[in-house]
Design a binder for this molecule. Sequence first.
Ligand SMILES: NC(=O)c1ccc[n+]([C@@H]2O[C@H](COP(=O)([O-])OP(=O)(O)OC[C@H]3O[C@@H](n4cnc5c(N)ncnc54)[C@H](OP(=O)(O)O)[C@@H]3O)[C@@H](O)[C@H]2O)c1
Length: 305
Amino acid sequence: MSRWQATDTPDLTGKTVVVTGANSGIGLEATRVMVARGARVVMACRSVERGQQAAATLAAGAGRTEVHALDLASLGSVRAFAQALKAPAIDILLNNAGVMLLPYGTTADGFEKQMGINHLGHFALTSLLLPKVLAAPRGRVVQVASIAHRRARLDFNNLMCTDGHGYSAMQAYARSKLANLLFAFELQRRLEAAGASAIAVAAHPGVSATNLAGHFSKHWFGRIARGIGVLFAQPAADGALPLLRAATAPDVLGGEYYGASQWREFRGPPERVNARPHAYDLDTAKRLWDASASYTGEHFLALNT
Ligand SMILES: NC(=O)c1ccc[n+]([C@@H]2O[C@H](COP(=O)([O-])OP(=O)(O)OC[C@H]3O[C@@H](n4cnc5c(N)ncnc54)[C@H](OP(=O)(O)O)[C@@H]3O)[C@@H](O)[C@H]2O)c1
């Protein structure tokens, strides 16, 4: 079987795509391909200036880009973004933005930063944009996860590591990426139960050369990871392929997970992969969903109508 490539991305003319963290790394590479294939891509970026600079590097393709401000570390910013977005329907919501190995800190709403930005910000954003995703003929929500989810444990008694209690930068990142997967699979179950035509899927880029390392070079694991990265990382354009496949390939089914498929999923062509069993645990997923709704005040009302 031939390997799936960027050129396999179908024609996206007339489609509206929202990409969080679209100004850098794999988000920018996925945006590059989708614009070339005709999509209108809303680049949701923490800094509009960095977003515009990144957009200027994209070749004039068949599609177009718009840069909008979105700071996932602030529920106020998430709500303002969702309210300002002019689009009758969203065909693809690519929840890609992320941070890694930050020292302990909190978001504007008091959430531990890695859980707050990587998971809770996207949870709230998805809830707010879901009516538009449901308005598309077969909308898709894609969570960007990581092989780091494998070693994660969720402690519901201390999900936010309040005041830095029990905080480990590596474990906090891993937990946020496990949360991305639990959320993707639970959202798929709820979409299915609601009889929606939209689907939820997940993807991971293996180990890819991006700016993610910039956040953690002072951390011991960061220095090791940087060394591994120099040796093993694939180009960001290759890391974007599992995202592109999950977001656009016509044969993708709800609940599937795509990732780099070789070398313990560090790199290689984008194929269907399996998360570790704890990412599919129904009780944990429901508990996380309820906790996330309670933290963010966003309750996916579109699923109840
Ligand atoms: N690279 C890898 O090997 C790897 C492996 C597994 C998973 N991932 C995942 O891939 C995704 C993309 O990361 P990347 O590797 O492409 O890293 P990257 O180059 O650092 O890109 C991360 C993007 O997220 C944005 N971002 C960070 N904090 C944000 C916030 N509060 N609100 C909105 N946007 C924010 C960044 O904006 P700024 O430019 O303004 O900082 C940037 O656009 C992440 O979810 C990451 O966990 C990456």
